[in-house]
Design a protein around this ligand. Structure first.
Ligand code: AR6
Length: 198
């Protein structure tokens, strides 16, 4: 495995080889604008258990995708009253008006109230990647799940996120993080250097 990080695409993108066929890219930006080929690409939505929209990245994704996304989410069967996607699980829908072809909805833990936030956040990343793989997605983009309203500490979240992506070294052409803020971006790049170049 190559061990060096390389800058590409634009000034903010740092690429880390995961394996010969697969690369992890960390970018700054808005996940609603991200796509690769509009057919085998998916963005991950940090949703809530109702899966009908909300604030933060979820709100932005629904605004750009248009009302069809809410209709598709509404049709996802409830596993319990009002709950379509329990914490740590993932569901997939089309992207509708988004540039990316698919949205994988997952629910990260609320840091202060979850019994085991690390296990729940690991499951959210892992199940998102399993759903992506099962749907022949080759390019996946994640935001920093649970790092907004849900209050997860950035350093701990970066550790979980990158460690879990390392479990899938050969399944995707590219896994991206699209990070909204400079501070989270800096934490993610530092953690990727530790975990992928160490
Ligand atoms: N692109 C990339 N990242 C974004 C964007 C964007 N357009 N907008 C915000 N972020 P959050 P959570 C970042 O709160 O903590 C919703 O109401 C944001 O800066 O979106 O998992 C849901 O419905 C932060 O770093 O998700 C749930 O109720 C990260 O995305 C709840 O919030 C995640 O912040 C989920 O909370």
């Amino acid at each position: 495995m190559a061990t060096s990080a390389a800058r590409d695409d634009d000034d903010s993108t740092v690429a880390f080889p995961l394996s010969a066929p697969s690369v992890l890219k960390i970018n700054k930006g808005d996940i609603t604008k991200w796509f690769v080929d509009a057919s085998s690409d998916a963005i991950v939505n940090p949703a809530n258990e109702r899966m009908l929209g909300g604030g933060g990245a979820d709100g932005a994704i629904h605004r750009v995708a248009g009302p069809e996304l809410r209709e598709a989410c509404f049709k996802v069967p409830e596993v319990r009253p009002g709950i379509r996607c329990p914490t740590g699980e993932a569901r997939i829908t089309p992207g509708f008006k988004l540039p990316a072809s698919h949205v994988i909805h997952t629910v990260g833990p609320i840091y202060d109230t979850d019994n085991n936030p690390k296990a729940s956040l690991t499951s959210a990343y892992r199940n998102s990647l399993i759903v992506a793989k099962d749907n022949n997605i080759k390019y996946v983009a994640f935001p920093a799940i649970s790092c907004g309203v849900y209050g997860y500490l950035f350093e701990e979240a970066a550790d979980v996120a990158i460690s879990t992506i390392k479990e899938f070294p050969n399944d995707f052409k590219e896994v991206h993080f699209i990070l909204f803020s400079d501070d989270i971006y800096a934490v993610w790049v530092k953690k990727a250097k530790e975990l992928l170049q160490g």
